[in-house]
Design a binder for this molecule. Structure first.
Ligand SMILES: Nc1ccn([C@@H]2O[C@H](COP(=O)(O)O)[C@@H](O)[C@H]2O)c(=O)n1
Length: 621
């Protein structure tokens, strides 16, 4: 029933779901069926707590409206199809489960970030998972992901009750090849370093879970540089025997990063063994092939993409295969929009036959969690959409401008310093999602600004110096040059990854404009969404779209500067996440004083997560 495939509403059997039966918006179905091969992979990455799907009705949001219950039903049906076709199907995740929505970050005081939302992740039959940098910003979050009783022994009982929850569920398949946690003075992998297992069809797999060279991790966690990891004895031992294929999952972008180090280390020992790489971190859809017997796939962010990879691998060793073949392997990849229309199309199901009891129970559980966390609490009504990249900055429609306006309002509450002149600076990367017109809820607040960062200040900074900090941070000095490469590399290592994502958005928009976009979209009836060009052959995006408008944004933003003389002492207020860069920059824009951390004080108890809500209560009611 074709109509059954073009609406994302549910069948309505369970009326308690009615509120969530969004969107009534019509969604275009995928352009063509997936290509199945002897080995197939469903890939998620950078989900950041987006397990209830995207709930707004303006495009592109409906494209991503499937929730994790829908995804669970999809996985169940796809596993059944794999059995019918008698092929392998693996489910892989590349990390960053924390920081992003009310489900992950809206927990009550005393809780652990993403602990509750990860309970749902644990219900999915993942074959392999890798740790992300967002699992490492806060020690307790890392601990919450930690390793099994096999390793912990004495700590185990306490850990089982309090923390020991994530890695053990996946029984050796939650990998942190180069990431350790220190407990009671002992440093040990957060998950496991590597895994060896057999697929349903008997293929032998050697798997790794690698994190890029991240340096913003909390104390008592360590990230070993990838270049050092590949020199480790355990690494050599792990890759020594030839499997049917290597499965390299990791929170590391497939382009312009260190996958070649891992790939080359494996290739040095196994010149022909298939290598399948599932990356993440830059939030983009991307694919490349490091050689003809390998493919690397990255599957976006925020459950806006479910990745698909297929590889026509020979039969498992010992089944008469020619595993030493040097011919290129036939690979395909596809970027799926996670919604019920997509899921039903690829599983051959309709609204009446798609939901599994298990999928429904996950949806119900997520909705209950949203209630427990009071995520629909309304701070006010957003008068119009505020976007990160669709609107210019500064402008009335920019989330960044909104934050710059909201900080002074939110921080003036019960603050004796509020009457003194100030400049307030934050990183634009802390703003993670657009705000849509209509009710502005606790969930919307946390999707827009999910990091519980605090605000600090340095008192009595001469205005001229304080006012020079923002342009210097943004690298737009007198000569208009970008920041030098050292600063850029440091920012990248600390997790400033926004540039790659915005470059990707910019490129798809620019390409489209060059091709005379608008008329084409109208003729093809395209809705807004991602338009991917990558380095792999064949069709990438599962559903064709027209790209969103794009505007460049700075890496750092600030409240309006006060109208005071250059030598007026003012408060230089800034988010704690940028403390080290800010001090460095402040010392570079003036030489009268060398500022140190001793000059820094706490400015307010209001956290970055709370700013927009406080503002909305005052300005949008
Ligand atoms: N406490 C924090 C932690 C991170 N950020 C921002 O997140 C960005 C990294 O996130 P990815 O999902 O891309 O790994 C980083 O650019 C920071 O801007 C933050 O603001 N506060």
């Amino acid at each position: 029933c074709s109509d059954d495939h073009t609406h994302a509403a549910r069948d309505g059997h369970d009326h308690s779901h009615a509120k969530r039966e969004f969107p009534s918006t019509k969604l275009a179905p995928p352009s063509r069926p997936l290509h199945w091969a002897s080995l197939n992979i469903i890939h998620t990455t950078d989900s950041h707590g987006w397990l209830l799907g995207h709930q707004k009705t303006s495009f592109p949001e409906p494209n991503y409206s499937g929730d994790f219950g829908d995804f669970a039903s999809f996985v169940t049906h796809m596993k059944e199809i794999a059995v019918e076709k008698d092929v392998d199907l693996l489910l892989v995740d590349s990390g960053d489960l924390h920081d992003g929505t009310g489900l992950s970050d809206g927990y009550p005081a005393g809780g652990v970030d993403a602990h509750a939302s990860n309970e749902f992740f644990k219900q999915l039959p993942y074959d392999l998972l890798a740790i992300g940098n967002h699992e490492l910003y806060i020690y307790n979050n890392t601990l919450d992901m930690h390793v099994s009783c096999k390793v912990l022994k004495l700590f185990c009982l306490q850990a089982l009750v309090r923390y020991n929850n994530f890695a053990p569920r996946f029984n050796g398949r939650y990998l942190s090849s180069n990431v350790n946690i220190t407990i009671d003075g002992v440093s040990r992998p957060v998950g496991d370093r590597f895994a060896k297992f057999k697929t349903r069809k008997g293929r032998e797999v050697t798997a790794l879970g690698v994190l890029y060279d991240f340096t913003g991790n909390d104390k008592n966690t360590t990230v070993q540089p990838v270049a050092d990891m590949v020199k480790e004895a355990w690494f050599a031992e792990a890759i020594k025997d030839e499997p049917d294929f290597f499965l390299l999952a990791g929170h590391m972008p497939v382009s312009k990063d260190n996958w070649p180090l891992v790939f080359n280390a494996v290739r040095a020992v196994h010149p022909l063994t298939p290598i399948l790489i599932l990356g993440g971190h830059t939030h983009i859809r991307d694919c490349l092939q490091l050689d003809g017997r390998s493919m690397s796939l990255e599957s976006g962010r925020y459950m806006e993409t479910v990745g698909w990879m297929s590889a026509e691998l020979p039969a498992p060793k010992g089944h008469g295969s020619a595993s030493s073949s040097s011919k290129n392997i036939t690979f395909t990849r596809r970027y799926l929009d996670p919604n019920r229309v997509t899921y039903e199309y690829h599983t051959g199901r309709g609204n009446f036959s798609f939901d599994t009891p298990w999928g429904r129970s996950i949806t119900k559980g997520l909705e209950n969690l949203a209630k427990v966390f009071d995520l629909s609490f309304q701070f006010g009504t957003a008068p119009h959409d505020f976007t990160i990249n669709q609107a210019p900055y500064p402008s009335n429609d920019s989330v960044l401008s909104l934050m710059a306006e909201a900080m002074p309002v939110a921080f003036s509450l019960n603050n004796s310093r509020a009457s003194l002149p100030n400049i307030m600076i934050t990183n634009s990367g802390s703003l993670r999602f657009d705000i849509y017109a209509g009710p502005f809820t606790k969930n919307d607040q946390l999707t827009a600004s999910p990091f519980a960062d605090s605000f600090l200040y340095i008192p009595s900074v001469p205005f001229a110096a304080a006012n020079a900090v923002l342009p210097a941070l943004n690298g737009a000095g007198a000569d208009e040059r970008r920041r030098d490469e050292t600063v850029e590399a440091e920012l990248w290592a600390r997790g400033y990854v926004g540039t790659r994502y915005t470059e990707w958005l910019e490129e798809m928009y620019r390409r489209d404009v060059e091709q005379g976009g608008e008329a084409r979209h109208a003729a093809a009836n395209l809705s807004l969404g991602y338009v991917t060009t990558d380095a792999c052959p064949g069709v990438g995006d599962d559903t064709p779209h027209a790209p969103l408008a794009f505007n460049n944004i700075p890496d750092f933003i600030a409240s309006d500067a006060p109208a005071v003389a250059d030598d007026t002492p003012i408060d230089l207020v800034f988010v704690d996440f940028i403390e080290s860069q800010l001090i460095g920059i402040l010392n570079s824009v003036q030489k009268d004083k060398t500022y140190t951390t001793a000059d820094i004080l706490s400015y307010t108890d209001v956290l970055a997560t709370e700013v927009l809500g406080i503002y909305a209560q005052q300005a949008w009611n």
